[in-house]
Design a protein around this ligand. Structure first.
Ligand code: HGY
Ligand code: MN
Ligand code: MN
Length: 417
């Protein structure tokens, strides 16, 4: 793979390193990685960083009533529209440093780079921080961008509760604003830079072609709580057996289909060493290259788990909590950006992003920054400063291109020539 013509000048690497250091201590978890749940003190500190970074660049900050923040570099002639870029601050529990924040820090640094080069936007450039992308607190992935685009009802969102029973409405003090078509329609395009979350990208920067369809299915297994020591084995209705079988079935059915599945979260009632559980609740994360395979995978797991429950004398129920259809990014835009960046790779991802939600509403593209180990959603997630600087350079070029030669000319409301 030829290395793309992206400057890796040491000044930019140094600038990135300095900016990155401002965030790297925020939300660091004692057990490793980061704890940056939406609206937790750590994520609020990152929101404060966002506001300070915007103020330092004379970029007014607005919000959409759904927890999403926007900082805008206005066009000299006051024109509206323009390019939206950004990502999210929130993390999975003990997640890595780069998943999300890299896209926001890179966006502000790209603005700096363009200003240093004397660029003046003919269309605004807006940096966004989307709320609750991981769904680690309220269970729905991309909650902020789904609210913004009307992909989830604000009343339903307000009723979502976290593991302490606090609802989004409690956090917000009211129902979120919900769909803001006025805001979304104002942008010409959305560009999200994100650390790659697999090992497929072998160049410093790549462009996304698609996001695999994926989702989260909660499964509740009801059994019969009893004494761990005195209950005869033949008298037991142990939901942990059905749960364990479901986990193994998910792994097997995914491998059979070249799909991905795991159960990373479980709750046991009463969760006591010397009691047969009364109930076990697990969450299946399943993903596949196409929707039909994903549906078949989940169907197969549910069927086998239900058969097993019959044998265990338990009952199992599956509930889809958060599903995301396949996203195929605009091929023309992806190709145009890959060419602009010197012929960088174009590749799909199995990870969900706010870009996946926005892509249903405006021309959207993603830039990936190489992840040398492919590890993500874990403390050891990493990217080199060199590659991150190449990402800033790439994003600056893309923003300049799309701000100077917009995809949609709001004045005439037609596609750019
Ligand atoms: O879970 C995902 O795919 C993303 O990292 N939120
Ligand atoms: Mn993530
Ligand atoms: Mn992410």
């Amino acid at each position: 793979m030829k290395e793309p013509v992206l400057s890796r000048d040491s000044a930019l690497v140094h600038t990135f390193r300095e900016a990155w250091a401002e965030l790297s201590g925020i939300g660091r978890a004692p057990g490793g990685g980061y704890l940056r749940f939406a609206w937790s003190p750590a994520e609020i500190a990152l929101r404060d960083w966002f506001k300070a970074a915007a103020a330092a660049r004379r970029m007014p900050v607005t919000h959409d009533g759904n927890g999403n923040l926007f900082a805008t570099w206005a066009a000299d002639d006051g024109r509206s529209g323009g390019v939206l870029t950004g990502s999210h601050f929130d993390s999975v529990p003990h997640g890595g440093a780069y998943d999300g924040p890299l896209g926001i820090v890179s966006a502000f640094l790209a603005v700096d780079l363009l200003r240093e080069r004397g660029f003046r936007p003919t269309r605004p450039i807006t940096v966004a921080a989307f709320a609750e992308e991981e769904g680690s607190r309220f269970g729905i992935a991309c909650l902020g961008s789904r609210l913004l685009t009307g992909a989830i009802d604000p009343e339903r969102a307000a009723a979502l509760t976290d593991r302490d029973g606090l609802s989004l409405g409690d956090v917000f003090g009211a129902a979120p604003a919900g769909a803001r078509p006025d805001l979304v329609a104002g942008f010409d395009a959305y560009i999200e830079l994100h650390v790659e979350q697999g090992r497929a990208l072998t160049a410093p920067v790549g462009v996304a072609s698609a996001i695999w369809p994926h989702g989260r299915w909660r499964f509740d297994v009801e059994g019969e709580g009893n004494h761990a020591g005195t209950t005869l084995m033949t008298d037991r209705h142990d939901p942990m057996l059905t749960y364990a079988f479901t986990v193994l079935a998910a792994n097997k059915e995914a491998r059979l289909r070249g799909a991905h599945a795991t159960v990373g979260r479980v709750e046991v009632t009463p969760n006591a060493t010397n009691a047969i559980p009364a109930a076990v609740r697990g969450w299946l994360d399943a993903r596949a290259a196409d929707g039909a395979t994903l549906a078949e995978l989940v169907e197969a797991v549910a069927m086998k788990a239900t058969e097993r429950a019959g044998r265990d004398g338990t009952a199992i129920r599956f509930t889809a909590e958060s599903t995301t259809p396949e996203v195929r990014f605009d091929e023309g835009l992806a190709g145009r950006l890959a060419d602009l960046l010197g012929g960088v790779p174009i590749l799909p991802t199995g990870a969900g992003h706010d870009a996946g939600v926005l892509s249903a509403h405006l021309p959207t593209a993603m830039l990936f920054v190489r992840n040398p180990t492919g590890v993500s959603h874990a403390p050891t997630e990493t990217a080199t400063d060199d590659d991150c600087a190449a990402g800033v350079e790439a994003l600056a070029r893309v923003l300049e291109e799309l701000s100077a030669r917009p995809l949609v000319d709001h004045d005439e409301g037609v596609g750019a020539p």
